[in-house]
Design a protein around this ligand. Sequence first.
Ligand code: AMP
Length: 212
Amino acid sequence: MILILFGPPGVGKGTQAKILSSQMKIAHIATGDILREAVSRATEMGKKAKAFMDRGELVPDDVVIGIIQDRLKEDDARSGFILDGFPRTLPQAEALDKVFRKAGIKVDHVISMEVDRGLLVKRLTARRVCRNCGSIFNLLIDQLNDSVCPRCGGELYQRDDDKEETIARRFEVYQKQTKPVKDFYRNKNMLVEMDGLGEIEEITSRLKNILK
Ligand code: AMP
């Protein structure tokens, strides 16, 4: 199964991709996670990416396309994968198309999760992530004790780019650079738009219905 999960910041792509990848035993490939890891390890790529991420802007296409090309070569991607947060620009979508065509890979589904922007801003500012296991929580729904991860005891933190001042910029970037990717897949008759509003389990079953 090859699935591209698409949608604006905070729509729940990461949460759903994690659930589906563990249930379906396929890789979860999130460029945002790979970049954050590179930033925290202060690699050359991480240092280059950090300034863009802190401003809520996109990391240059050549960097992320390189990340994806390397990641797709790893063993766990052989049995299928979910792309979360990639492609995010037209050049990325075109590059991916080329890689897939060359490798004879067929995308099974491109699902765009849709939620009203006002709610997304509320969700993003309330998002907390575990520094240790990467679990995602939300102050609006999860009962959290201090800043401790209920799954592993790790420290919960707020992503720098989830702070209010950066969120506005991320939406601008989404509107201008990422939304055209939707038309790219729509023109290929590959796009399914899905209401992303509801409880986590509800959204998972909505997604699974499309994947059936
Ligand atoms: P995310 O975790 O998907 O919200 O990504 C966090 C940040 O990482 C984004 O705001 C971008 O700065 C960067 N990023 C993640 N994926 C991409 C991508 N496909 N292209 C460019 N930048 C990306």
